[in-house]
Design a protein around this ligand. Sequence first.
Ligand SMILES: [Fe+2]
Length: 267
Amino acid sequence: MPFTDLHSHILPGFDDGASDDTEFLDMARIAVRGGTARMAATPHYDLENPNLELPAVLASVAEHSELLRGEGIALELIPGVEVRINAGLYDLAGGGGDLKGPTLRCNGRYLLCDLPLIDMPTATADILFRVQLCGIVPILAHPERNRFLSSRLEAVRALVERGVEVQINSGSLEGLYGKTAQRSALALLDEGLARIVASDAHKPNGRSPDLSEAARIIGRQYGEKAVRFLLEVNPELALAGEDLVDVPLEPQKRSGRSRLFARGRQR
Ligand SMILES: [Fe+2]
Protein backbone atom coordinates (compact mmCIF):
# COMPACT_ATOMS: atom_id res chain seq x y z
CA MET A 1 0.00 0.00 0.00
CA PRO A 2 1.46 3.40 -0.92
CA PHE A 3 1.81 6.28 1.53
CA THR A 4 -0.82 8.92 2.22
CA ASP A 5 0.68 12.27 3.18
CA LEU A 6 -1.72 14.40 5.22
CA HIS A 7 0.32 17.60 5.41
CA SER A 8 1.92 19.53 2.55
CA HIS A 9 2.32 22.98 1.05
CA ILE A 10 2.38 21.76 -2.51
CA LEU A 11 -0.18 24.21 -3.94
CA PRO A 12 1.39 27.38 -5.33
CA GLY A 13 -0.06 30.78 -4.60
CA PHE A 14 -1.19 30.42 -1.00
CA ASP A 15 1.82 30.42 1.29
CA ASP A 16 5.57 29.76 1.53
CA GLY A 17 5.26 26.37 -0.18
CA ALA A 18 5.62 25.69 -3.92
CA SER A 19 6.21 28.98 -5.68
CA ASP A 20 4.81 28.02 -9.09
CA ASP A 21 3.49 25.13 -11.16
CA THR A 22 6.98 23.95 -12.06
CA GLU A 23 7.85 23.55 -8.39
CA PHE A 24 4.45 21.96 -7.78
CA LEU A 25 5.16 19.33 -10.44
CA ASP A 26 8.68 18.73 -9.13
CA MET A 27 7.28 18.15 -5.65
CA ALA A 28 4.60 15.82 -7.00
CA ARG A 29 7.16 13.72 -8.87
CA ILE A 30 9.41 13.51 -5.80
CA ALA A 31 6.46 12.49 -3.63
CA VAL A 32 5.46 9.70 -6.00
CA ARG A 33 9.05 8.50 -6.32
CA GLY A 34 9.19 8.35 -2.51
CA GLY A 35 6.12 6.09 -2.36
CA THR A 36 3.27 8.58 -1.89
CA ALA A 37 0.03 8.10 -3.82
CA ARG A 38 -2.25 10.57 -2.02
CA MET A 39 -1.41 13.94 -0.60
CA ALA A 40 -3.47 16.46 1.31
CA ALA A 41 -2.69 19.98 0.15
CA THR A 42 -2.80 21.99 3.36
CA PRO A 43 -1.85 25.66 2.95
CA HIS A 44 -1.41 27.76 6.09
CA TYR A 45 -4.70 29.30 7.22
CA ASP A 46 -4.77 32.10 9.76
CA LEU A 47 -8.31 32.85 10.86
CA GLU A 48 -7.23 35.95 12.77
CA ASN A 49 -5.85 37.52 9.62
CA PRO A 50 -7.54 35.47 6.89
CA ASN A 51 -4.97 34.85 4.17
CA LEU A 52 -7.02 32.64 1.87
CA GLU A 53 -10.53 31.70 0.84
CA LEU A 54 -11.46 28.05 1.19
CA PRO A 55 -13.22 27.86 -2.23
CA ALA A 56 -9.94 29.01 -3.79
CA VAL A 57 -8.16 26.01 -2.22
CA LEU A 58 -10.79 23.64 -3.61
CA ALA A 59 -10.52 25.23 -7.05
CA SER A 60 -6.71 25.00 -6.94
CA VAL A 61 -6.85 21.32 -5.95
CA ALA A 62 -9.14 20.63 -8.91
CA GLU A 63 -6.97 22.64 -11.30
CA HIS A 64 -3.73 21.04 -10.13
CA SER A 65 -5.24 17.56 -10.18
CA GLU A 66 -5.89 18.16 -13.86
CA LEU A 67 -2.29 19.25 -14.30
CA LEU A 68 -1.10 16.01 -12.66
CA ARG A 69 -3.32 13.94 -14.93
CA GLY A 70 -1.98 15.78 -17.95
CA GLU A 71 1.59 15.06 -16.89
CA GLY A 72 0.82 11.42 -16.11
CA ILE A 73 1.78 11.79 -12.42
CA ALA A 74 -0.12 9.32 -10.22
CA LEU A 75 -0.71 11.55 -7.23
CA GLU A 76 -4.18 12.18 -5.85
CA LEU A 77 -4.60 15.59 -4.23
CA ILE A 78 -6.94 16.00 -1.26
CA PRO A 79 -8.12 19.43 -0.09
CA GLY A 80 -7.33 20.72 3.38
CA VAL A 81 -5.67 23.53 5.28
CA GLU A 82 -3.31 23.87 8.24
CA VAL A 83 -5.12 26.12 10.68
CA ARG A 84 -3.20 28.26 13.13
CA ILE A 85 -4.33 27.74 16.73
CA ASN A 86 -5.36 31.25 17.76
CA ALA A 87 -8.27 33.43 18.77
CA GLY A 88 -9.66 33.27 15.23
CA LEU A 89 -10.07 29.50 15.51
CA TYR A 90 -11.58 29.92 18.98
CA ASP A 91 -14.14 32.37 17.62
CA LEU A 92 -15.01 30.23 14.60
CA ALA A 93 -15.45 27.11 16.74
CA GLY A 94 -17.65 28.94 19.22
CA GLY A 95 -19.55 31.12 16.81
CA GLY A 96 -21.34 28.48 14.78
CA GLY A 97 -19.27 29.25 11.67
CA ASP A 98 -18.19 26.76 9.02
CA LEU A 99 -15.68 24.54 10.76
CA LYS A 100 -16.31 21.68 8.34
CA GLY A 101 -14.86 23.54 5.36
CA PRO A 102 -11.29 23.63 6.73
CA THR A 103 -11.25 19.93 7.75
CA LEU A 104 -9.25 17.39 5.78
CA ARG A 105 -11.19 16.43 2.66
CA CYS A 106 -13.90 18.75 4.06
CA ASN A 107 -15.30 15.66 5.78
CA GLY A 108 -15.99 17.41 9.06
CA ARG A 109 -13.89 14.99 11.11
CA TYR A 110 -10.20 15.98 11.32
CA LEU A 111 -8.72 19.47 11.43
CA LEU A 112 -4.97 19.90 10.95
CA CYS A 113 -3.85 22.59 13.43
CA ASP A 114 -0.49 24.14 14.18
CA LEU A 115 1.10 26.26 16.88
CA PRO A 116 3.64 29.01 16.52
CA LEU A 117 7.14 27.49 16.58
CA ILE A 118 8.28 29.30 19.70
CA ASP A 119 5.59 29.15 22.34
CA MET A 120 2.34 27.45 23.21
CA PRO A 121 -0.47 29.94 23.85
CA THR A 122 -1.99 29.32 27.28
CA ALA A 123 -5.41 29.00 25.65
CA THR A 124 -4.32 26.12 23.37
CA ALA A 125 -6.20 23.37 25.20
CA ASP A 126 -9.31 25.55 25.45
CA ILE A 127 -9.22 26.40 21.76
CA LEU A 128 -8.80 22.75 20.76
CA PHE A 129 -11.52 21.69 23.20
CA ARG A 130 -13.89 24.15 21.56
CA VAL A 131 -13.07 22.55 18.21
CA GLN A 132 -13.81 19.14 19.71
CA LEU A 133 -17.18 20.35 20.96
CA CYS A 134 -18.06 20.80 17.27
CA GLY A 135 -17.45 17.06 16.78
CA ILE A 136 -14.10 17.64 15.10
CA VAL A 137 -10.82 15.97 16.08
CA PRO A 138 -7.83 18.32 16.00
CA ILE A 139 -4.61 16.88 14.60
CA LEU A 140 -1.75 18.80 16.19
CA ALA A 141 0.94 19.27 13.54
CA HIS A 142 4.59 18.74 14.47
CA PRO A 143 4.62 19.51 18.22
CA GLU A 144 8.23 18.25 18.18
CA ARG A 145 9.14 21.47 16.35
CA ASN A 146 7.52 23.71 18.95
CA ARG A 147 10.16 25.01 21.33
CA PHE A 148 7.89 24.64 24.36
CA LEU A 149 6.39 21.23 23.58
CA SER A 150 9.54 19.60 22.21
CA SER A 151 10.92 19.17 25.72
CA ARG A 152 7.60 18.78 27.53
CA LEU A 153 5.99 15.58 26.38
CA GLU A 154 3.70 15.65 29.39
CA ALA A 155 1.99 18.68 27.83
CA VAL A 156 1.49 16.77 24.54
CA ARG A 157 0.24 13.78 26.51
CA ALA A 158 -2.33 15.96 28.28
CA LEU A 159 -3.72 17.01 24.89
CA VAL A 160 -3.72 13.42 23.59
CA GLU A 161 -5.58 12.26 26.67
CA ARG A 162 -8.26 14.80 25.80
CA GLY A 163 -8.63 13.32 22.31
CA VAL A 164 -6.21 15.37 20.24
CA GLU A 165 -4.25 13.46 17.56
CA VAL A 166 -0.58 14.19 16.89
CA GLN A 167 1.28 14.30 13.57
CA ILE A 168 5.05 14.48 13.41
CA ASN A 169 7.14 15.57 10.44
CA SER A 170 9.20 13.15 8.38
CA GLY A 171 11.97 15.77 8.41
CA SER A 172 12.06 15.73 12.20
CA LEU A 173 12.90 12.02 12.14
CA GLU A 174 15.64 12.76 9.62
CA GLY A 175 17.17 15.45 11.85
CA LEU A 176 16.25 18.25 9.45
CA TYR A 177 15.12 20.55 12.26
CA GLY A 178 17.88 19.72 14.73
CA LYS A 179 18.55 17.27 17.54
CA THR A 180 15.83 18.47 19.92
CA ALA A 181 13.06 18.04 17.34
CA GLN A 182 14.48 14.66 16.32
CA ARG A 183 14.68 13.41 19.90
CA SER A 184 11.20 14.70 20.61
CA ALA A 185 9.74 13.07 17.47
CA LEU A 186 11.22 9.71 18.45
CA ALA A 187 9.95 10.09 22.01
CA LEU A 188 6.45 10.87 20.70
CA LEU A 189 6.59 7.64 18.70
CA ASP A 190 8.03 5.63 21.59
CA GLU A 191 5.20 6.80 23.80
CA GLY A 192 2.53 6.05 21.22
CA LEU A 193 1.45 9.70 21.30
CA ALA A 194 1.93 10.38 17.58
CA ARG A 195 -0.15 8.23 15.24
CA ILE A 196 0.58 10.00 11.95
CA VAL A 197 3.79 10.95 10.12
CA ALA A 198 3.57 13.42 7.23
CA SER A 199 5.97 15.48 5.16
CA ASP A 200 4.88 19.10 5.78
CA ALA A 201 6.64 19.56 2.44
CA HIS A 202 7.33 23.12 1.33
CA LYS A 203 9.82 22.70 -1.52
CA PRO A 204 11.23 19.98 -3.79
CA ASN A 205 14.42 19.92 -1.70
CA GLY A 206 15.03 20.42 1.99
CA ARG A 207 11.52 20.19 3.41
CA SER A 208 10.67 17.79 0.62
CA PRO A 209 7.66 15.51 0.07
CA ASP A 210 9.84 12.38 -0.08
CA LEU A 211 8.65 10.08 2.74
CA SER A 212 10.98 7.19 1.90
CA GLU A 213 13.81 8.17 4.26
CA ALA A 214 11.43 8.62 7.20
CA ALA A 215 9.87 5.25 6.34
CA ARG A 216 13.33 3.68 6.45
CA ILE A 217 14.07 5.25 9.85
CA ILE A 218 10.73 4.16 11.28
CA GLY A 219 11.18 0.64 9.86
CA ARG A 220 14.63 0.28 11.40
CA GLN A 221 13.56 1.70 14.73
CA TYR A 222 10.03 0.31 15.15
CA GLY A 223 9.45 -2.31 12.45
CA GLU A 224 7.58 -2.40 9.13
CA LYS A 225 4.14 -2.57 10.74
CA ALA A 226 4.78 0.80 12.33
CA VAL A 227 5.64 2.23 8.90
CA ARG A 228 2.31 1.03 7.56
CA PHE A 229 0.26 2.41 10.41
CA LEU A 230 1.98 5.82 10.56
CA LEU A 231 2.17 6.49 6.82
CA GLU A 232 -0.70 4.51 5.36
CA VAL A 233 -3.33 3.12 7.72
CA ASN A 234 -3.94 6.09 10.03
CA PRO A 235 -3.75 8.75 7.30
CA GLU A 236 -6.31 6.75 5.29
CA LEU A 237 -8.56 6.36 8.34
CA ALA A 238 -8.39 10.12 8.85
CA LEU A 239 -9.45 10.79 5.27
CA ALA A 240 -12.28 8.29 5.68
CA GLY A 241 -13.40 10.12 8.82
CA GLU A 242 -12.77 7.04 10.97
CA ASP A 243 -11.09 6.70 14.37
CA LEU A 244 -7.33 6.29 14.25
CA VAL A 245 -5.68 3.22 15.76
CA ASP A 246 -2.62 2.69 17.94
CA VAL A 247 0.63 2.05 16.11
CA PRO A 248 2.17 -1.37 16.74
CA LEU A 249 5.81 -0.83 17.74
CA GLU A 250 8.32 -3.66 17.91
CA PRO A 251 9.28 -3.28 21.58
CA GLN A 252 12.89 -4.35 21.15
CA LYS A 253 13.36 -1.57 18.63
CA ARG A 254 12.02 1.34 20.65
CA SER A 255 14.50 4.17 20.59
CA GLY A 256 14.72 4.57 24.35
CA ARG A 257 14.09 8.30 24.10
CA SER A 258 10.96 7.88 26.18
CA ARG A 259 13.15 7.24 29.23
CA LEU A 260 13.69 10.97 29.15
CA PHE A 261 10.04 11.54 29.89
CA ALA A 262 7.26 10.24 32.11
CA ARG A 263 5.74 7.11 30.63
CA GLY A 264 2.47 5.76 29.35
CA ARG A 265 -0.30 6.71 26.99
CA GLN A 266 -3.73 6.56 28.51
CA ARG A 267 -6.86 7.15 26.55
FE1 LIG B 1 2.74 22.88 7.46
